[in-house]
Ligand binder design. Structure first.
Ligand code: HEM
Length: 438
């Protein structure tokens, strides 16, 4: 479609078969109007940088997970009972996919590596929002929908991890479902209700399968659509943090905008190619990612009578797992286990309030003062430390001298301090106030 025919309204074919098909379709579906509205005439700030690629990469990864997931579901069996060889049917069906299904190994490793890639991309996407203050007015709802997407993504990854019914699948499900029992009064009943039994078993596998392949993907798709609709309403922020949507000429056109197509589509295609190159290099040459994408312990079938030496989640959950383990003593009458559960869940929940916690007069790191830069660097350091310690046993000692447990506690404290003290420290950031005055 060239710009001339597009501008004229409906698409007009030059006589070729392909053109005729598009003309036929366009007369019955508002295709060219959609293309104009969302791509060729959609104006975005012209100063977007590489941080803005991760949203569309996340979209592609979501699609990839759905497609590979559909093919996996054709051969996977959510059945925990042992087969003739004494191996759980679910575990054996994954082995079957890897060995006997045509291209099964590629579909499975693309899906398992895709889970790690999804979190990697979404973590960078969230970090970009923190760098440029993208969560602030008028993008609060866009941000909140993002936080809900993150919760749904965590639930999707956790339920998926249980499906191969390996040792770590089983024991991780045991540890995590047992957390529900930390709540007073109804805790035990809640844990039994979540598992569908008194301990993790066939009933748990069945419901996790239903959630993983139907309910959560549907919720994710719906939430992502909401996210994009909200984005279109308020428009993209940008690395300088100024409100590009307000700088318009008399015709209402953005002064600092360029059309999404071709100026950004060409960049997005390049970024996506680089991403896919790295991603498929990992899929082909390091599908287990040294135990970070697929854990060694999970190549053994689930055995309820044999607890692994230590139970740990995959890398993307380790910062939150660290917070759970960091709570070892009761506080103000609240039991340590419940404190851990609250700390772990609250770590994501607190993000919802970020638009109102941040009181700086400017949005972007480019115009903020040293306090923000120091606080954000310490925040990243504490998050990475928590992630590192969460992948180690609880008795881990850093450099053979510093016990990991108090470090994890201090990092958890700082994580919360960053957010809860933000109304204070974001206000005293001198440079930011100077920028406002200027
Ligand atoms: C499945 C996961 C997600 C998908 C597919 C997705 C998709 C997108 C896309 C395509 C954009 C526009 C391009 C860009 O700015 O990068 C965007 C922007 C945005 N997203 Fe997401 N997103 C996801 C998760 C999240 C999460 C978890 C959060 C926050 C917790 C979030 C917060 C935002 C915000 C605030 C913007 C506007 C950024 C700006 O204009 O500077 N998103 N998202």
């Amino acid at each position: 479609m060239n710009l001339k025919t597009m501008r004229a309204g409906k698409y007009r074919s030059n006589g070729g078969f392909f053109g005729d098909c598009i003309e036929w379709l366009d007369a019955r579906l508002p295709l060219s109007a959609f293309w104009r509205k969302h791509f060729s005439e959609y104006l975005v700030p012209k100063n977007l940088n590489f941080w803005y690629f991760f949203g569309s990469i996340a979209l592609v990864v979501l699609l990839m997970q759905i497609v590979t997931g559909i093919f996996l579901a054709m051969s996977y069996q959510p059945d925990a009972t042992p087969n003739a060889d004494g191996i759980p049917v679910a575990f054996a069906s994954v082995e079957y996919i890897m060995r006997d299904v045509n291209w099964g190994w590629l579909i499975r490793t693309t899906h398992s590596t895709g889970a790690s890639a999804f979190f990697f991309v979404v973590y960078l996407h969230i970090f970009r929002c923190m760098l440029y203050g993208s969560y602030r007015k008028p993008r609060e709802l866009l941000w909140i929908v993002g936080v809900v997407i993150f919760y749904a993504l965590m639930a999707e990854a956790f339920t998926g991890y249980v499906l191969p019914w390996g040792q770590m699948s089983f024991w991780a499900a045991q540890v995590i479902t047992d957390l529900a029992s930390a709540f007073p009064f109804f805790g035990t009943a809640l844990a039994d209700w979540v598992r569908g039994d008194f301990s993790v078993g066939g009933a748990t596998l069945g419901r996790f399968f239903a959630l993983h392949v139907v309910a959560l993907p549907l919720a994710l798709i719906l939430l992502v659509v909401l996210h994009l609709v909200a984005l279109r309403e308020v428009g993209s922020n940008n690395p300088d943090g100024f409100e590009a949507q307000k700088r318009v000429n008399v015709e209402g056109t953005l002064l600092d905008g360029v059309s999404f197509h071709p100026y950004y589509t060409v960049k997005e295609v390049f970024a996506l190619s680089v991403f896919l190159l790295v991603f498929f290099s990992l899929v082909f040459f390091a599908p287990e990612g040294g135990g970070y994408f697929l854990e060694t312990e999970n190549f053994l079938p689930a055995d309820p009578l044999k607890t692994p030496e230590y139970i740990k989640p995959l890398w993307y959950f380790t910062p939150f797992y660290s917070m759970l383990r960091a709570m070892t003593r009761p506080l103000l009458g609240v039991d340590a286990k419940l404190l851990g559960v609250l700390a772990m869940n609250g770590a994501v929940g607190v993000l919802v309030f970020l638009p109102w916690l941040d009181r700086a007069p400017v949005r972007s790191i480019r115009h903020r003062g040293p306090v923000f830069k120091v606080m954000l660097s310490l925040f990243v350091a504490s998050f990475l430390t928590l992630g590192f310690l969460g992948a180690k046993p609880p008795e881990y000692v850093l450099w053979g001298a510093i016990p990991g447990a108090p470090i994890a506690r201090a990092a958890t404290f700082f994580y919360y301090f960053y957010f809860l003290a933000m109304p204070w420290w974001s206000k005293i950031d001198l440079c930011a106030q100077e920028t406002q005055a200027a």
